[in-house]
Design a binder for this molecule. Structure first.
Ligand code: SDX
Length: 371
């Protein structure tokens, strides 16, 4: 059988969908979100402005954004039964697995689970956006036999998310930087987890199932799990010298260095990493941890010089989260919580004009055998 010429391992460079949601314009170094530049949005607007844009296809007025925040606050609570499930999970359960479990269990409580209309899907995406920060924060506290935190209605969406994780009301700088991290994690075209969600949605399965699959995908260290791995690497290195030695060793062993490289950006720096690097510079000065910033910059320079590789968002988001006193195991769940809005927008788009994903293969096994 002749080898089909159009096989691309890992679907590299293959166009899998048409979408009006986002596009990585590598030439222009622009992450396009419904016509806007994500970095400009992250610098001038808030995460909830981006939520409104992704789900309603336009930026909100100030009143529309306030109304969105008020509506989200009404949906923060999660069913007691979900908390009971967390109490029964083995203590060593990873927070991404707790999130996957909690998200999946939420499906049974949604009266519109099987309604795939745009209106019902928007409502479900909204409910998930409101409840997932509560699941992320409090499943962690339950698994660690710690006090759980009721959402604080008087705080903003981002400040409340950070408060439920750390138990402390964030300072203005902490809130601004955390909100900016949610903004840059919100949507990024067709990464593995978004593709997973669209593939599941294309069978007309529901949004909860699509996002449950996306959690499993995002957990992998080649994808969302990289931010957690970056922080463990920085803590292992301890100092600039230690990091220089560790990176050199890893490269000599042909290991992948977490936080570097990107299927789409290849030989360019992820624009989101540049923004988080600026945030880390500010936060590390505020927290008297300029040593951490210097270490990260050393790693960036070494990887560029030795391997021609550049940081991706996870490389600079990890130390930012560390200085915000976020437990390392929650870095990827936070990434998912932010990306809930992008995933929701993609499931809505997939359901609104669907075509079942069913690719073919190049068969390399034997033929015409007989038992
Ligand atoms: C995210 O897709 C998205 O948009 C994802 C994301 C999003 O917002 O959703 O941006 C979030 O997942 C960011 C990526 C986080 N992952 C990591 O930081 C893990 C480390 N990175 C690598 O595993 C890798 O760079 C990938 C997985 C991100 C991309 O890998 P590719 O496109 O499959 O590239 P490749 O494996 O073919 O590597 C090409 C070459 C290889 O050299 P050779 O073997 O050909 O000599 O580059 C080397 C690789 O060895 N290389 C690395 C490297 N990444 C690539 N070498 C060392 N360390 C690395 N990190």
């Amino acid at each position: 059988m002749e080898k089909q010429v159009d096989f691309k391992p890992g679907l590299e460079g293959v166009i899998a969908s048409e979408t009006a949601i986002s596009f990585l314009d590598v030439e222009q170094e622009e992450i396009v979100l419904r016509g806007y530049d994500l970095i400009e949005l992250a610098e001038k607007k808030t995460y909830l402005d981006i939520v409104y844009l992704l789900l309603n296809q336009k930026l909100p007025t100030h009143e529309e954004r306030l109304y969105l925040e008020e509506q989200l606050k009404k949906e923060y609570d999660i069913p007691e039964a979900i908390t009971e499930i967390f109490k029964r999970l083995p203590k060593q359960t990873h927070p991404m697995d707790a999130l996957r479990t909690g998200l999946s269990a939420l499906a049974g409580f949604d009266p519109k689970l099987n309604d795939r209309s745009e209106e019902a899907n928007l409502e479900k995406a909204f409910r998930l956006l409101a409840k997932i920060p509560n699941i992320v924060a409090n499943s962690y506290h339950v698994l660690h036999d710690e006090k759980t935190y009721e959402p604080k209605q008087e705080l903003s969406f981002s400040a409340n998310f950070l408060y439920m994780i750390t138990g402390k009301v964030p300072t203005e700088l902490e809130e601004t930087i955390f909100d900016q991290s949610l903004a840059v994690y919100s949507e990024h075209e067709m990464p593995n987890s978004t593709f997973t969600a669209r593939v599941i949605a294309s069978t007309l399965s529901d949004i909860y199932g699509a996002l449950t699959g996306a959690v499993a995908s995002l957990k992998g260290h080649l994808h969302g799990g990289a931010n957690e791995a970056v922080m463990y690497m920085l803590l292992e290195a301890k100092t600039e010298d230690g990091f220089q030695k560790l990176l050199t060793e890893k490269l000599a062993n042909k290991e992948r260095i977490m936080g570097f490289g990107h299927r789409v950006y290849m030989k360019k720096m992820d624009p989101r990493a540049m923004l988080m690097k600026k945030a880390l510079k500010k936060l590390s000065a505020e927290k008297n941890r300029e040593d951490l910033f210097a270490m990260c910059e050393l790693g960036e320079n070494l990887m560029r010089e030795e391997k021609g590789l550049y940081p991706n968002l996870d490389y600079y988001a990890a130390p930012v989260y560390y200085l915000l006193n976020i437990p390392i195991e929650l870095y990827t769940p936070i990434f998912f919580a932010s990306r809930t809005v992008g995933l929701g927008a993609h499931v809505i788009e997939q359901h609104s004009h669907n075509r079942l994903f069913r690719p073919r293969v190049n068969y390399t096994g034997p033929r015409k055998l007989h038992p």
